[in-house]
Each structure stands twice: as C-alpha cells, then as structure tokens.
Design a protein. Structure first.
Length: 409
C-alpha cells in the first residue's frame, strides 16, 4: 500500500482531476468509477491538494466536463436510424495521450487505464441513458466515433444482412452484376452506355428490393458459388446473403420483401426462406465447398454404344477427375489443374443421340468440360468414355448439398 501511496503523492505534485488520478490505479479495484477512486486516493494522501476539477487538470484539460456535450452530439448524429445496440470510440489530441504516458512513467504507475478507454465508457453511459439502448462490444448496430478535438461525431452503421435461397429460372441472366469488360462500368458503345454486359442479374432482381425496404445506400450479393449464365439454378436453390450498407431500417417484413422480389422478377428469379443473417454466415456461404447435383443434356455427334453410356458412372467413380482451367475461362483465371470427385452419376434418359445425366460432383467441378473433355483438358470425360464427341445442350443445378444429399432425383 505504501508504494501505491507514494505513486499517488508523486502524481499529486501536478494538478490532476479525480478522473485522471483514479485512472492511475484503475486495475486496483472494481465496482467504482475512476472519479470515485481518485477522490478516495486524494483523501488518503496526506497534505494532498484539492481536486482542481477537469478543467484545471494537467492531463485531460477539461475533457470530462464535456462528456454530456459529446453524448448529445452522438445521439443527434444517429437520428433517423433504427438500431438496437451501439458502441462508442474516441479520437483524442495526441498531446494529451503523450502527457498521460509521461505521467505514468514519471510516477511509476502500472495499474492504469487509458484516457480514451475511460472517455469511451463514460460517454457510452450517457448515450445509453439517453437512448435506452445497450452497449454491445462485439457486433454493435451503430458505432459512434467521437472526435473530442473538434466536437464532431462520425457514425458507422453496421450493414444489414439477409439470408435466402434463390432459383435462377432463366438461362439468359448472370448471378451477379457483370460490369462491361471494355469500360469497367463507366458506359461505352459495347454496353450501350449501361456499364454492364447484362441488364438484369439475380443480384439486380433481389438486392435492390431488400435495400429499398431497409432504406440503405448500397447492396451486395454474396452467393454460394456460381454457375454459367446459361445454367439454371433449380431444386432447393442457392444460398445467398444480401448485404445492405448504411441501412436506416433493420426490422423488415421479410415475407413482404420475398413476395415483392418474386412478383417483380418477371419469372426470371424466385427466392424463399428470407431471414436475418450475419457477416459470419455471409463469409461461411462464400467459403463453402458443398457438392452440387446437376441435370445435363448432351448430344453425341453420332450413334453410340448404350453399354458404354451405362459404364460412364463406374469409370468416373473409380478415377479422380483432373481438370485444367477450361479454355473458355482461361483469359480470366490462372491455368491450374484441379482434382475433383464425381460422387454419383446416373443415366436418366437416352433419346436417339441425346442423353440426360444426373451428376453429383464436388463444388467447383466444371460439368460442361466433364462432358466434352475440353480438348483433353478434363480427364476422364464422358466423350472419351463413350468414344463419341458430344456437346452440352442444357445444364441445370438441381440440388445444393448444404442441405444434405437427399431431395434430388
């Protein structure tokens, strides 16, 4: 105790308010504020000068007297936004922080708390009292950054995340917005000044509807993988998360949002299962590697041996699939070998030179190349096994494996 008393006596050789005195011993005890702690220490220290108040303090220079003002500015800055939780951070003049650290060094204080930490907490208490909303340290809806130097508050609104599953019913739209390759979205003759290669996408038909209901400023679409534009997404649908930046509304009637998306998409897209989501789930969806099941219709160039067609499943099951980056995407992806597994292969129908296959394969498998071989860049492949070249007529995703392997056929 005598060592701590010595620290207090040395500290009180300069004008310190109770906040800044108490903060020298912040880790000593809990259940009281630094202001209360400082008052007790001042009373114990013999011949200690009286509390000069925050305005006369050599460290904080009156900041603690301004806490009500900072809280008022913060509350006003978030008017018009719906949120349930918040967090406060601060910017403080570097000169004050340097003075604080110099004080610690001069008196040998080791049980300290920073000026910024106490300001964050004390401003937070007053904001909490005004708003009747709790502080949340992990994932707050609203973050106030109080700049104590200029009496300004910056607000940062946590994005709103909405989960759903989409079925892409058209073979003519991409999943996400596709900026024009020539102008990169600025508008040029190739894209008729629109900045995009396709006027509509799954993102365009879903994200803006969610954003409008949330009164946000920007939307982003995060899907579980992606398929070619001419492939439909059917079955249980693809999991996705719409992210809305700077939403003013967080409580949405998602049944109404879902109905609006489905009724306004013109039959191109339908969604289901909309519910609140999170950044964690969004990241998990983007990084997932669930298998998918496809229905693919192919046409062989000439008549083929049915026995060889019926042998495709065995050959693919017994051999890992080596896929070099397909020629059709080599201009935008690195030329790499990928090893994939075909989990099941079923011949669903044979009609003359056409056949329909149902294939369950690893995430990231190039199904078209698995059929025609891509000039030998995918091995083994259906065309080689049958001994007749083939082309893909249509491709549909009929099941996404995050809900297990059942439900497709």
């Amino acid at each position: 105790m005598s060592e701590r008393l010595d620290i207090a006596v040395r500290a009180l050789q300069r004008p310190l308010c109770d906040h800044c005195l108490g903060r020298l011993f912040a880790k000593l005890s809990t259940g009281m504020t630094n202001n209360q702690r400082g008052a007790i220490i001042r009373a114990i220290a013999a011949d200690a000068p009286g509390d000069p108040g925050s305005a006369g303090c050599d460290v904080c220079k009156g900041l603690f007297d301004e806490i009500p003002k900072f809280a008022d500015i913060a509350v006003r800055s978030s008017e018009g936004f719906e949120f349930s939780t918040f967090l406060v951070g601060t910017k403080v003049d570097s000169e004050l922080l340097e003075k604080e650290e110099q004080l610690w060094a001069d008196v040998g204080a080791k049980e300290t708390e920073t000026l910024k930490s106490e300001l964050n907490r004390e401003i937070g208490k007053q904001v909490e009292a005004r708003l009747q909303k709790p502080v949340e340290f992990t994932n707050p809806d609203m973050v106030y950054l109080v700049d104590t130097r200029f009496d300004r508050v910056e607000t940062s609104v946590t994005p709103l995340f909405v989960y759903g599953r989409d079925r892409k019913l058209s073979r003519e739209i991409p999943q996400t917005r596709w900026p024009c390759r020539d102008c990169r979205g600025k508008g040029c003759p190739r894209c008729d000044g629109k900045g995009v290669m396709y006027e509509k996408s799954v993102q365009d038909l879903t994200g803006p509807v969610v954003m409008r209901h949330a009164e946000g400023e920007e939307d982003f679409f995060h899907g579980m993988g992606r398929e070619d534009i001419d492939a439909r997404m059917l079955g249980n649908g693809r999991p996705f998360v719409v992210e809305v930046r700077k939403p003013r509304r967080r409580t949405l009637d998602l049944a109404k949002v879902q109905d609006e998306i489905n009724s306004s998409s013109g039959g191109l897209v339908e969604v289901e299962g909309l519910r609140p989501s999170s950044r964690t789930e969004m990241r998990a969806i983007k990084e997932s590697t669930h298998p998918k099941t496809y229905r693919v219709r192919v046409r062989f160039q000439q008549d083929f041996d049915d026995r060889k067609v019926n042998d495709i499943g065995r050959v693919l099951a017994e051999n890992p699939i080596s896929q070099q980056t397909p020629n059709r995407v080599s201009h935008r992806r690195a030329d790499l070998e990928r090893i994939r597994t075909v989990r099941s292969f079923k011949v669903e129908a044979v009609e003359g030179r056409e056949a329909v296959f149902v294939v369950e394969a690893d995430s990231g498998t190039y199904i078209k190349e698995l059929m025609h071989g891509d000039g030998g860049r995918t091995k083994p492949n259906v065309a080689d096994i049958v001994g007749v070249p083939c082309e893909v007529l249509s491709l549909d995703v009929i099941w996404v494996g995050d809900q297990g392997a059942e439900g497709h056929g």
